[in-house]
Design a protein around this ligand. Structure first.
Ligand code: NAD
Length: 416
């Protein structure tokens, strides 16, 4: 949407939260400004011998509660305002789940699907070299996001380690298991989405298995949460990716659809009772729970008016615009906000980092138990504020995070 600035979206909710708990401007003014913004130019020799220069960013929004933490996105729409917003949401996400991290984010304006594996490797290594002064296991720890994966993290870890002269696994999370990744990390965000959805539904006296669930996005977050929901007996009535979606009122065979979409456009999937739908039709489809797990700015005011789900779970970051949020709240739709719903990834990233720093390997069960404990504890604190004050979950989550950030600010003071 032209003119849409996700950082304004962040500031808008921040101001609402500060007003709700009557904070003085001085208490939270610093949180409105990212601490550091780095823009880099990344020249790459392409396979055909030509030269291309890409633009990349790393923003550290806050290191108030610990080192910066946040993913790296490779997508054609990456720009500084998006990276700033994603970094700020990381600050709030880490504070909501109460792990000792600040918030950061990075990205390159590129469509990774148009590059060869070697070009992608050179791009990643050069980008890492350019952001090297900012990152490190005690400074700022990147992780995968849209368009990046464990292989990209492995290259970042290797480049950083070569520059240092020794192996530093704790510089990134989301690596392959063989070089210091954590069991359970790949599924963590999707698993966290499921834990939080079930927890929210239980407070409403409902069970996920009785609900019709629609999922936008079939990647790390959407695909995995859909598979986990289906594995527990839930009905996934719709799912989509960038090329469109599928709808089946009696429930899709999610594992089969995801496998199919790996090699062919989703539009070519054929099965009795399954119809092709657009992404807009998915968002407004007949369902009880709508899981948003694609990109930001998906539910606009126009779409919000037509949403039929009674509950939205934000697996993606910033998928609901400020205007849409207001409309949905008026309609009584419960929105479980991104900074809570998709925090599972950063919680297990934290587990990975702790294992790396201590040179330990945890069992998958230990990781999943920790994830569940941290997610439910965070859910409880947000739900309690929401109930006590009679406010939406998003505002409550921001209040929980903001109060923790303000305590850290107060204790640390302002240098000099
Ligand atoms: P991904 O690249 O693995 O998957 C993204 C999915 O969304 C793909 O299926 C893609 O086809 C689809 N998509 C893209 N544009 C779309 C559109 N316009 N309409 C419908 N579908 C579209 O990315 P991911 O890691 O799953 O991340 C998804 C969202 O979740 C992002 O907002 C990301 O910041 C957030 N998130 C990711 C993690 C993580 O651990 N990966 C953690 C927290 C939050």
């Amino acid at each position: 949407m032209s003119g849409y600035n996700p950082y304004d979206n962040f500031l808008d909710v921040l101001d609402q939260a500060a007003k709700e708990v009557k904070l003085h401007r001085n208490d939270y003014e610093t949180i409105k400004y990212p601490e550091r913004e780095l823009k880099v130019s990344i020249p790459i020799e392409m396979d055909d011998g030509s030269l291309r220069v890409f633009e990349g960013y790393r923003v550290q929004h806050s290191t108030l509660r610990g080192p910066g933490k946040g993913g790296i996105r490779y997508h054609p729409d990456v720009n500084i305002d998006e990276v700033k917003a994603l970094a700020a949401w990381m600050t709030f996400k880490c504070a909501v789940v109460n792990i000792p991290y600040g918030g950061a984010k990075g990205g390159i304006t590129v469509d990774p699907k148009t590059l060869s594996q070697n070009e992608l490797k050179r791009l990643t290594r050069r980008y890492t070299a350019m952001i090297l002064p900012l990152i490190g296991p005690e400074r700022d720890i990147p992780a995968p996001d849209v368009g990046t994966n464990a292989q990209v993290m492995d290259w970042i870890m290797d480049t950083y380690s070569i520059m240092k002269g020794y192996t530093v696994p704790g510089v990134v999370t989301g690596k392959h298991i063989d070089i210091g990744g954590s069991l359970g990390r790949a599924e963590a965000t999707g698993r966290g989405v499921m834990i939080i959805t079930e927890e929210m539904l239980s407070r409403l006296g409902k069970k996920a298995t009785d609900c019709r669930i629609a999922v936008q996005g079939m990647g790390n977050v959407g695909g995995i949460s859909a598979k986990l929901f289906a594995a527990t007996g839930c009905k996934i009535t719709a799912i989509s990716n960038v090329s469109g979606g599928l709808y089946c009122p009696t429930g899709l065979d999610v594992a089969e659809v995801i496998e199919f979409a790996k090699t062919a456009p989703i539009t070519e999937y054929k099965k009795d009772g399954v119809s092709y739908i657009t992404n807009e039709e998915l968002l407004t489809s007949d369902c009880d729970v709508l899981v948003l797990a694609a990109l930001e700015n998906q539910v606009t005011a126009d779409i919000a008016k037509k949403v039929k789900a009674t509950m939205i779970v934000e697996g993606a970051n910033g998928p609901t615009t400020v205007e849409a949020d207001k409309i949905l709240n008026k309609k009584g739709v419960i929105i479980v906000p991104d900074i809570l719903a998709n925090a599972g990834g950063v919680v297990v990233s934290y587990c990975e980092w702790v294992q790396n720093l201590q040179s330990l390997n945890w069992d998958e069960n230990d990781v999943n138990v920790t994830l569940k404990k941290v997610m439910i504890r965070a859910f409880d604190s947000v739900y309690e504020i929401s109930k006590q004050r009679g406010i939406p979950m998003r505002l409550a989550a921001y209040i929980v995070a903001l109060e923790r950030l303000c305590i850290s600010r107060e204790l640390r003071g302002i240098f000099p």
